[in-house]
Design a protein around this ligand. Sequence first.
Ligand code: BT5
Length: 263
Amino acid sequence: MKVLEGSEWTSLVTTEKIGKNLHIFESVESTQIIAHELARRGEPEGTTIIAHHQTSGKGRLGRKWQSPAGAGLWFSVILRPQLPKESVSQITLVSAVAVAKTLTSFGYEPTIKWPNDVLIHGKKVCGILTELHGDTDHVHYIVMGIGINVHQKREDFQEDLRDKATSLYMENSSILPERPELFAQFCKHFESLYSIYLQYGFSPIRTAWEAYAITNERVKVYTNHHTYLGVIRGISDKGVLLFTDIDGKEHEIVSADIELYTD
Ligand code: BT5
């Protein structure tokens, strides 16, 4: 595994912890795997692994994340919050807000699709994977993985993704940031939101999240057991999805996939 010198990245990072301790690789299986290894060896909170290329990028539930060389920002951050296990899913939402604020700061108009997608014009530009290591009661560490599509053209995505995925280049090439700039902005926004979250809890994050979220649009919700059609109302103070189905029944959904619904 070739380790790269990263001064073009580190010189832009202005945070205290997040992204400060940086490991940059040419090509890895998945930055998540390296982050877990480093976390087990005791590397501090904020340690970040970036790769230009992932040969086996991971999505949720065993799914794949396409990570062609140099095409996107593929990275994982080690976090060590003192949190009960059931709050860990909120970190994904904190991170989605940080990505949305970052993209907005460059002039893009992102929306957030619960729980872990950032979209532009309804297509996925970013996915977030939050993995937890802990015992029954305690969180030992979290690895938060983020993939942002930057340079891809439509034909660079595998065929099945071409109508669902987008990149910053495809959305607006005239305001396209370099990946190190994008990363530095993310670190700044995430560090600030994360510290608000640790100090004041999820409620202020919820407000910021709802400002970007897709709400009141028709969606399909796929849970483990059911598929529902309906409308997203928002999220609760715990980060649980509030959803009303077409029969008017209200649901609180902890885990699901959401698809925007067009007939
Ligand atoms: C995610 O999972 O969206 C989490 C993606 C996290 C990727 C980062 S990259 C750095 C770090 N290292 C890793 O190995 N992973 C993290 P999920 O919600 O399950 O979405 C996965 C689905 O998104 C796939 O099944 C495809 O349909 C779609 N997909 C795959 N690659 C994509 C891409 N580059 N852009 C948009 N959609 C993609």
